[in-house]
Design a protein. Structure first.
Length: 294
């Protein structure tokens, strides 16, 4: 199995990233602009053209993460964000018939979480949540070593939960910094690195909001670990204090004390996660033929 290779694909509204992955390492990759406003047939044709340079004999499957709802068993994508023509795309059928390889897909937050479970910080844990903190808030859920996706891969949409006057996403994604201060998070990060007092206070406030969101996750799922990804997670050292302050208010002290919260250390986590999704699904199928755990 050491020579087994998977193709991971991260499809976004701006860029598409394709990688050849072996033993959790990205050994070849290409990125190209997603023709987001084009007809779905053109986007599919461009993806197939790219993949023709990647599908080798020893590639055993293709994994895909997309920012939309996914009918995982049938491999149908619904309503991809920022790609208007992708309202219903039979992606699995299209690629599997063209390349003769198994295809597995889910939403991008699920793929990120599976990547952490298979290759990253989540490896030691049976039950974990991956929390992607970027322009929005996405989450993936691993229960007893298996991805739980729910209906149309929509499980774990904690960002949509009402919170204060808006939603968790408004207070726990990059939106918080612009809405709260009128400045992007990257500027506050640069200031925090210079120990600017105002920036440190902004991150402490952000951490307290994120801590409140994590308390909701603890009430619902009580995972062993929460792995943070996305651009905001790179500021972890600056919002950790506020996060810890909020979690000290959680009533089940023994649960909070055992919880591991860590930022991802994986490079190229999106495309690695897509490959890991394929690997996990194929290993599940081998362990329990005919059963697909969602």
């Amino acid at each position: 199995m050491s020579n087994t290779k998977y193709i991971g694909i991260d499809i976004g509204g701006t860029k598409t990233h394709v990688g050849l992955v072996q033993q959790g390492e990205l050994i070849r990759e290409v990125k190209f602009d997603t023709a987001a406003t084009a007809p779905k047939e053109q986007i599919l044709a461009e993806l197939v053209h790219c993949l023709e340079g990647f599908v080798e004999t020893d590639v055993v499957g293709i994994g895909i993460g997309v920012p939309g709802l996914v009918d995982e068993p049938n491999g149908i994508v619904h309503g991809v964000q920022n790609i208007p023509s992708w309202q219903e795309v039979h992606l699995k059928e299209h690629l599997a018939s063209h390349f003769g390889k198994p295809v597995h897909l889910s939403n991008d937050a699920n793929a990120f979480t599976v990547g952490e479970k298979m290759y990253g910080q989540g490896q030691p844990f049976a039950n974990l949540v991956g929390l992607a903190l970027g322009t929005g808030v996405g989450a993936g859920i691993i229960i007893n070593h298996v991805l739980y996706s729910g209906t149309l891969s929509s499980a774990g949409e904690f960002g949509c939960i009402p919170y204060l006057d808006k939603t968790i996403e408004d207070y726990c994604s990059g939106k918080f910094f612009r809405q709260r201060t009128g400045r992007p998070g990257a500027e506050w990060h640069a200031l925090a690195q210079r120990a600017d007092a105002e920036a440190l206070a902004v991150f402490a406030e952000y951490g307290r909001h994120l801590g409140n969101a994590i308390k909701t996750i603890l009430y619902a799922l009580s995972p062993e670990a929460i792995i943070l990804g996305g651009s905001v997670s790179k500021c972890f050292e600056y919002f950790k204090g506020g996060l810890d302050e909020s979690l000290r208010e959680f009533p089940f002290k023994a649960v909070a004390e055992r919880l591991v919260i860590a930022p991802s250390t994986l490079d190229n986590s999106a495309v690695l996660g897509a490959a890991a999704l394929c690997q996990m699904r194929q290993e599940q199928a081998s362990a329990a033929p005919g059963i697909l755990s969602l």
